[in-house]
Design a protein around this ligand. Structure first.
Ligand code: DON
Length: 562
C-alpha cells in the first residue's frame, strides 16, 4: 500500500484527492438487532459469538467465542499465536482493560535485529526470530474466567466445530491466502493452506484438524494446556530446531495484565480506552483532547476541520513515538498526556498553518498499512460491552506455522524500536523507551474503546485494525458519531485522513478532501498524499430499541445480531 500511495504522479494524486464528497454508491448499511450485536471482520466469527449469546452467555462469553472463531476462519489475523487488548464495560458499571500483548522472549536483546554493519535485518518481520511470546490464549481465558457466565467448553464449541468440520471457503479467504502464498509457502503452513500448491478453492470445505485438537485441549485444560502442556512443548521444540527464541520457560511465565482503563471525556461523552502497553488509548485521548480544546468542531471536511485533526494527530503521535513504552519497564507520563491542561497547551501552539514535524522532532519515515489485525465489538441484551483488538501484526504474522498445533506465529517484535531512528513496517520512528528487553511488551497502536453518553449509558463500542492508523480511524469514527452527529453507517463510510507526525504527510482517502480544501491545505504547508484506506473499523452503537453494528465498508463483512 505504501507504493500505491506514493507512486501516483502529482496530477493524478490531485484528481483522486479532489473527488470531493463521498459517492452515493450502493451504500452499505448497518445491521440492526434488539438484543445483542457483534461486528467483526468475519460474519462466521460473529455468528459464533451470537450462538453463545443465544445460549445465555454474556458479552464476554460472546467475545471469547468470536475470538477463538476468528483464529479458525480468519487465520491471517485472528489467532492463537498473537496477542491483543480487551476493554470491558459491564452493565453494572464495572470496567476493565486486559493487556494480553505478546512479550519479548527471555533471550531477546536490544540490538538483536541489527547486523554488525549497523543495518537492520528482516529478522523482526519474517521467520522464527520475529515472534513475541503469544498472549492470545491467556487473554481470552482470563477474560472469560473473570467475567464470563458459561463454561469455557461451551464458549469454545463453535470454534472447535469450525476447525474440525471445516467451513466453506469464500473468495476473500481464498484471495487472502493467495496474496500471501509466498510467505506461507516458506514454512510448514503450506501443506494446510496451499494443498497442491494453491489456496483452497472458493466453495470448498476447509478443515484444520490440528487446530481443532489444540482448541479442544484449551477447552478442557484452560490456558495451562497451551502454556505448560503439549502445545508449549511442541512450539518450543519447533523454535529450537529453527533458530527461534521462544522456550518452554518463556511460555510458562507468560501472564496477561489487568489494567485500569484510561477514562477521558469529549464534550460530555465519556471515553473508556486502553492504557499502555498500547499507545492507542493515550493517543486517541490526547488527540481528541486537543480537538476539544477549541470552542467548536469546524464543519466536517472543511480545511479548518482537517487542519485541526492533522495538527492534533501530529502532536499526539510525537508523544506516542517518544514518550511511551511498556509501563513495567519505562516511566510513562500517562497523567500528563491525557490531561486537558496539556492538550490546551498543545492546542495553543496550533496556528493558522501547518507546523512541520521537524520543528518538534528529527528523523523521517514512511507510512504504510500492509498488514492485518482484527477488531471486534460486542454487546449483549443487558448492555455489557466488549471491545477487542487482536493481531499477529503482519498478515499471517511471521509466516511460521506450528504445524502440530495448527496456528501461525506473530511477527510482533517489529513493533519494538528495532533501531532508534529507523522506521518500522508502519513507518513509525520510535525512541528508546520502546527498545527491546526480555519480558517487555512492544508498544502497540491498538485502541479498543467504549464511549458512554452524557447519562453514562453505553453509546458506542469501537476499535480498528491498521497499525498506527487504528488511532486516527477510531478517533474519527468517534468524532463522527458524537460531534458530527452521523449515523453509524455515515460515520463508518465517511472518508478519513491520517497523520502520524513522521512522515510529515497528511494521508487522505478518496473523497476526504475537496479541490478547494486541497488548495487551502497546500497553502497552509501540508504535504497531502492519497491513500486507498485509513484502517478498518468495527463498531456497535446503541440506537432506540436496540443496537446497530457494522464492519467497515472498506472490508464489508456483515455484522450479526439477534
Ligand atoms: O500493535 C500494533 O499496533 C500493530 N501490531 C497492529 C498491526 C495492525 O493493525 C496491522 N493491521 N492492519
Amino acid at each position: 500500500m505504501i507504493g500505491a500511495a506514493l507512486l501516483l504522479p502529482p496530477p493524478l494524486a490531485r484528481t483522486i484527492l479532489a473527488q470531493s464528497t463521498p459517492q452515493p454508491q450502493a451504500a452499505p448499511a448497518a445491521t440492526f438487532a434488539r438484543r445483542g450485536m457483534i461486528a467483526s471482520n468475519s460474519e462466521l466469527a460473529s455468528t459464533a459469538g451470537i450462538e453463545v449469546l443465544r445460549q445465555g452467555g454474556n458479552a464476554v462469553d460472546a467475545a471469547v467465542a468470536t475470538g477463538f472463531a476468528l483464529a479458525v476462519v480468519y487465520p491471517q489475523a485472528g489467532n492463537l499465536g498473537g496477542g491483543g487488548y480487551m476493554l470491558i464495560r459491564m452493565a453494572d458499571g464495572r470496567t476493565a482493560a486486559l493487556d494480553y500483548r505478546e512479550v519479548a522472549p527471555l533471550s531477546a536483546t536490544r540490538d538483536m535485529y541489527v547486523a554488525p554493519d549497523g543495518k537492520v535485518t528482516a529478522g523482526s518481520t519474517v521467520g522464527y526470530r520475529a515472534s513475541g511470546v503469544p498472549g492470545a490464549v491467556a487473554g481470552l481465558y482470563a477474560a472469560q474466567r473473570r467475567y464470563g457466565r458459561l463454561p469455557l467448553s461451551v464458549v469454545m464449541r463453535p470454534a472447535i466445530r469450525l476447525a474440525s468440520d471445516g467451513f466453506i471457503v469464500d473468495s476473500a479467504t481464498n484471495r487472502s491466502i493467495a496474496g500471501d502464498s509466498a510467505l506461507i509457502a516458506r514454512f510448514s503452513g503450506r501443506s494446510v493452506f496451499l494443498p497442491g500448491g494453491a489456496p483452497p478453492p472458493v466453495g470448498s470445505r476447509f478443515r484444520q484438524p490440528a487446530l481443532a485438537a489444540t482448541l479442544r485441549l484449551i477447552a478442557r485444560g484452560g490456558e495451562r494446556a497451551f502454556y505448560r502442556g503439549s502445545v508449549a512443548t511442541t512450539l518450543a521444540a519447533d523454535m529450537r530446531a529453527n533458530g527461534g527464541n521462544i522456550t518452554r520457560a518463556d511460555m510458562a511465565r507468560y501472564r496477561p495484565v489487568w489494567r485500569t482503563p484510561i477514562v477521558t471525556d469529549f464534550r460530555g461523552f465519556t471515553l473508556l480506552t486502553m492504557p499502555p502497553s498500547s499507545s492507542g488509548g493515550v493517543t486517541v485521548g490526547e488527540s481528541l483532547n486537543i480537538v476539544a480544546s477549541f470552542p467548536a468542531v469546524p464543519p466536517f471536511g472543511s480545511a479548518e476541520y482537517l487542519h485541526r485533526l492533522a495538527s492534533a494527530y501530529q502532536r499526539a503521535f510525537v508523544d506516542r513515538n517518544s514518550r511511551l513504552g511498556d509501563p513495567a519497564f519505562v516511566p510513562v507520563p500517562l497523567g500528563e498526556l491525557t490531561s486537558k491542561r496539556y492538550a490546551a497547551r498543545l492546542a495553543a501552539g496550533i496556528g493558522s498553518s501547518h507546523t512541520p514535524t521537524a520543528i518538534l522532532t528529527r528523523a523521517t519515515g514512511e507510512s504504510g498499512e500492509s498488514s492485518e489485525t482484527t477488531h471486534y465489538s460486542v454487546v449483549d441484551a443487558v448492555g455489557n460491552a466488549v471491545s477487542t483488538t487482536t493481531t499477529l501484526n503482519g498478515l499471517y504474522g511471521s509466516g511460521v506455522y506450528i504445524a502440530s498445533a495448527g496456528f501461525f506465529m506473530n511477527n510482533e517484535m517489529d513493533d519494538f524500536t528495532v533501531q532508534p531512528g529507523t522506521p518500522n513496517m508502519f513507518g513509525l520512528v520510535m525512541d528508546t523507551r520502546n527498545a527491546i528487553a526480555p519480558g517487555k511488551r512492544m508498544l502497540s497502536s491498538m485502541s479498543p474503546t467504549i464511549v458512554l453518553d452524557s447519562a453514562r449509558r453505553l453509546l458506542l463500542v469501537v476499535g480498528a485494525r491498521g497499525g498506527p492508523r487504528i488511532i486516527t480511524a477510531t478517533s474519527q469514527v468517534i468524532l463522527n458519531v458524537v460531534a458530527n452527529r452521523m449515523t453509524l453507517a455515515q460515520a463508518m463510510r465517511a472518508p478519513r485522513v491520517h497523520h502520524q507526525a513522521l512522515p510529515d504527510t497528511l494521508y487522505a482517502e478518496p473523497g476526504a478532501i475537496s479541490a478547494p480544501v486541497l488548495d487551502s491545505l497546500t497553502a497552509m504547508g501540508y504535504a497531502v498524499k492519497p491513500t486507498p484506506g485509513v484502517a478498518k473499523v468495527d463498531a456497535v452503537v446503541r440506537v432506540p430499541g436496540g443496537y446497530e453494528g457494522m464492519d467497515d465498508p472498506r472490508n464489508g463483512a456483515r455484522a450479526v445480531g439477534y
